[in-house]
Design a protein around this ligand. Structure first.
Ligand code: AMP
Ligand code: MG
Length: 404
């Protein structure tokens, strides 16, 4: 073992440093189906009114409000997509169906339930109000109105709105291409039986899921051995196409820890150790052409917590999200959260609802190897170093992963 030469960086300083060095990827034009879940790179202005014409909200009769209480002659029909092209004169009405154009001359629609039809005549009730039972042009959206702003994530409603306004394609930020690999001579593929001293590579599957959930394209590159040349050639090859490299393992100070020197030789290491528990050996580097490299620690919880704290916000920034951090909510601690002497700790908790409140309970042993501390966790509670910790009953802002 040798001592690390990397300074221990404050966790918040390291997180800010990562985001500072993370660009937003360029935009591209994609079809609506490829735009699902992407982030809009343009403000979207309505080219037309919605609705574009006075559209009936009900099935009934288009009439003039001044004809209230009279028996009117039916002169035609305005169905959805098949407008009545004539004029509704005094003393006349047209049948109208939901979505049909309210014809010229008519100023109101009477519901079919409210009239009496007798052959080719229809008797309408007294006291009709002009402007009833139809949507005026521009009632939903005005031509020229800004309906979506850059930075908005495109979900069902946003894409439906874009389609309604005639946009078949949208400008969205490019998705990052991420190359993922595990490092370590002790690792075997899942499904193979480890011999004594070997362990199954679980980080790659955990990180693959975390990357997919973060909305990026992932290339999973398997396990790199603890051998400098083999690791280097895998990484160099991956970086031909990837924007981001994510590795796990090989960042602590043992002699087999090869990731930091490799990243030094390929670019600039900005963070090599963090005052963070779990995740002290977290490593961040920038490489040529604005590419980013994240060397995550090998211990399973450390790799996922550092992913949460550093990688996920960076991946969201690359994709153009206005909001890169998880939401926080006030939670009442249901346990005593002890502080660590030197490092900010992210403790994993479950939440339960108690009246108006959320109560946080520890997931048990917070060992960096114990994935059960993270499986089913609803939130992360930050405990600052060198303090008394946080007493049970205290309300703190927790980072929400999932609500109970
Ligand atoms: P390292 O950072 O390479 O020293 O790894 C620290 C510890 O994390 C190792 O001793 C393993 O127990 C564990 N570990 C490393 N890589 C993986 C992986 N891909 N999957 C599961 N555990 C791992
Ligand atoms: Mg290792």
């Amino acid at each position: 073992m040798r001592a690390s030469t990397y300074p221990l960086v404050d966790a918040d300083v390291a997180a800010a440093l990562v985001l500072e060095r993370t660009p937003v990827l360029p935009a591209e034009r994609v079809s609506l189906s490829d735009a699902v879940g992407r982030v809009l790179a343009q403000d979207l202005r309505a080219p037309t009114d919605l609705p574009a014409f006075p559209a009936s909200a009900v099935d009934g009769f288009a009439v003039r409000a001044a004809d209230a209480g009279r028996t009117l002659r039916e002169v035609g029909e305005s169905a959805a997509g098949r407008p009545f092209e004539g004029h509704v004169e005094p003393g006349t009405a047209t049948r109208i169906l939901t979505g049909g154009v309210v014809p010229d001359g008519a100023d109101t629609v009477v519901m079919v339930e409210d009239v009496r039809v007798d052959g080719a005549t229809v008797t309408v009730p007294a006291g009709l109000q002009a402007g009833t039972n139809f949507h005026r042009p521009g009632a939903d959206v005005h031509a020229g109105e800004r309906v979506l702003t850059a930075g908005t994530q495109l979900g069902a409603a946003e894409l439906g709105l874009a389609a309604a306004l005639g946009f078949a394609e949208l400008e969205v930020y490019r998705r990052p291409r991420v190359a993922l690999m595990s490092t370590g001579d002790e690792l075997v593929e899942v499904g193979k039986t480890p011999v004594r001293g070997q362990i199954t590579d679980s980080n790659r599957w955990a990180l693959l899921a975390a990357l997919r959930e973060a909305g990026v394209e992932v290339r999973s590159l398997g396990v790199a051995p603890d051998e400098p040349d083999a690791l280097r050639s895998l990484v160099v090859d991956a970086l031909q196409t990837a924007d981001v490299l994510v590795t796990s393992g090989g960042v602590s100070v043992g002699t087999h820890d090869l990731v930091k020197p490799l990243l030094e030789s390929l670019g600039t290491v900005h963070v090599g150790r963090v005052k963070l528990k779990p995740g002290k050996p977290f490593t961040f580097a920038t490489l040529s052409a604005g590419k980013l490299a994240f060397g995550l620690p090998g211990f399973p919880v450390s790799s996922l917590v550092t992913f949460e704290v550093f990688v996920r916000p960076a991946l969201r920034k690359l994709q153009g999200f206005a909001q890169v951090q998880r939401p926080t909510l006030p939670v009442r601690l249901g346990y005593d959260a002890r502080a660590t002497a030197e490092r900010t700790e992210y403790q994993r908790v479950t939440l339960r609802r108690a009246g108006q409140e959320l109560v946080a309970e520890t997931t048990g042993s917070q060992s960096s190897s114990r994935l059960l501390s993270l499986a089913g966790a609803h939130a992360l509670v930050r405990v600052q170093p060198g303090t008394e910790g946080i007493k049970s009953g205290t309300v703190v802002e927790a980072i929400i992963l999932a609500l109970p």
